[in-house]
Design a protein around this ligand. Structure first.
Ligand code: FRU
Length: 509
């Protein structure tokens, strides 16, 4: 049984990691054969029904999320050989509806001198009939692999969206193109996009003095790149290194999302070690600067990192994130042979100066066995007589004179995941102290009642819960690991309130 914690390390029993050069040979063929032969080893206990997971082994960031040739493609940071982070490959899955995924062969393996330590995160862009991936090549350059490394940007191209050929021009953004006063080694996660016939790419980095930042590059052909500017930089409150940037326009505005490392918490917000934020502003393409006033969290739960977006044929902007975070215990790392999953795809909608996040309508076709109840008077605890491990729950509360009210999910003899709204404090709490295996804790989101009401749309999938609050104004995401017997759903309050309606559907794909 493997007990390695969820940290980035070259820890793999198969890796002869005695020198700084990894001795191990990683190829696509070896990865695919390993997956084929070992996917049956995965313990089904915490496997999910309608979320994307690795077939076996480890998954982190979504990569290369794109709509190409009538299908959604999702690539992901993948180490097939163990449920721990290791030299990164790009796993690959496709979907017609973003809910049911089919796995394709591994798309990238760390098999070149410029990516021998891993094919780190990146993105995809459709170029004519071709699909191009742009990713970070990670190379270990000394004995201390946590500090001795270099990163460059590379491309790989495909005619069919399945097999990718790494360019002979790699690296296409080299070490000598890193500007002065930015980190010579943290230089990663290219997100490529096109505007007015010019390609741009944003990259995560820092100023070597504790401030995360984003670098902007431009190109006319995706092969020759030139540095433009520091697009945005931490004002001191936003962490010491920025990862996984994404820049896109929505409703006439320019939106930057990214994942700041070690961002200090601000009251209830940014309570995880590493966070995710968005800024709404204006990209000055000539200067290469994003002008913005404020930033906000993307999610208020525990497990949400490195989100990436794509647009699609319907003109929607869809976001998916890694439904985990670094440096926490993941129960499936111990004897289950898999770890990591993606969140549900969320449509991003701009409303005024805020983003809203909506579960995509495609989910609705998987609903079955609807149960509903109306106008339940609550004063204390009430078992709703509904049960499940994989479901959608829609609930509307009217606060009445209650001090607090909410729901308990995945309840069993010893277990419960609690969602409680505190009326006076105007905050919704998600507590997983008694949720089951794995880390506990509580997170909070500031939420205003609307006409005295709280509306929740909740997705539970065996080992996850995602709570969309007040029509997608805020979302709380968490992994939870209750026992299979903990399937109850109850409502609770202190003081009198009304559960105006509660609807539950099973979700099966
Ligand atoms: C974010 C990240 C990226 C990096 C990748 C490596 O979770 O740290 O910055 O490219 O993971 O797997």
């Amino acid at each position: 049984m493997r007990q390695e914690p969820n940290v980035k390390q070259d820890s793999d029993s198969q890796s002869l990691d005695t020198s700084h050069q990894t001795q191990e040979i990683y190829t696509l063929a070896r990865a695919d054969a390993y997956i084929r032969e070992n996917q049956q080893q995965v313990n089904p206990t915490y496997r999910m029904a309608y979320h994307l997971m690795p077939e076996v082994g480890w998954m982190n960031d979504p990569n290369g999320f794109v709509y190409y040739n009538g299908m959604y493609h999702m690539f992901y940071q993948h180490y097939p050989y163990a449920p721990v982070w290791g030299p990164m490959h790009w796993g690959h899955a496709i979907s017609y509806d973003l809910i049911t995924w089919s796995y394709l062969p591994v798309a990238l393996a760390p098999d070149q001198s410029y990516d021998s330590g891993g094919c780190f995160s990146g993105s995809a862009i459709v170029q004519g009939s071709k699909l191009l991936l742009m990713y970070t090549g990670h190379v270990v350059t000394g004995p201390d692999k946590d500090n001795d490394y270099r990163q460059t940007q590379n491309i790989a191209v495909s005619d069919n969206g399945i097999e990718f050929v790494k360019s002979t021009l790699n690296p296409v953004i080299r070490l000598d193109q890193i500007p002065e006063h930015t980190s010579p080694k943290d230089f990663r996660d290219p997100k490529v996009f096109e505007r007015n016939g010019i390609y741009y790419c944003v990259l995560g980095s820092n100023d070597t003095a504790g401030h995360g930042l984003i670098l902007l590059y431009r190109s006319t052909n995706l092969e020759e790149w030139s540095y433009v500017n520091v697009l945005a930089q931490s004002d001191g409150t936003l962490g010491d290194n920025w990862e996984c940037p994404d820049l896109f326009s929505l409703g006439g505005r320019d939106i930057l999302i990214m994942s700041p490392q070690r961002m200090p918490s601000q009251k209830d917000n940014y309570r995880n070690l590493h966070s995710t934020v968005y800024m709404i502003g204006t990209l000055d393409e000539k200067r290469g600067v994003l002008e913005y006033d404020q930033y906000h969290p993307l999610d208020y739960g525990f497990d949400f990192y490195a989100p990436q977006t794509t647009d699609d044929e319907q003109g929607r902007r869809i976001m998916v994130a890694w439904m985990e975070t670094w440096e926490t215990d993941i129960p499936t790392q111990h004897g289950h042979e898999w770890a990591g999953a993606m969140t549900l795809p969320r449509q991003i909608v701009l409303k005024g100066e805020r983003l809203f996040f909506l579960p995509i309508p495609e989910l609705e076709q998987y609903r079955s066995d609807k149960i509903e109840q109306h106008d339940i008077h609550l004063n204390g605890s009430l078992d709703l007589g509904m049960q499940g491990e994989r479901y959608e729950l829609y609930a509307v509360f009217e606060a009445g004179s209650a001090e607090q009210f909410g729901l308990k999910l995945r309840t069993g003899e010893e277990e419960e995941t609690i969602l409680i709204y505190e009326v006076e404090q105007r905050r919704l709490l998600l507590n997983r102290d008694r949720a089951g295996a794995g880390p506990g804790g509580e997170r909070a989101a500031e939420v205003e009642l609307q006409d005295g009401r709280l509306e929740l749309r909740i997705f539970v999938d065996v080992s996850s819960v995602e709570v969309f609050i007040q029509g997608g104004e805020k979302v709380m995401t968490a992994r939870i690991y209750p026992g299979p017997e903990s399937t109850g759903i109850s409502a609770c309050s202190s003081g009198e309130c009304t559960l105006l309606e509660v609807r539950k559907w099973d979700l099966k794909v």
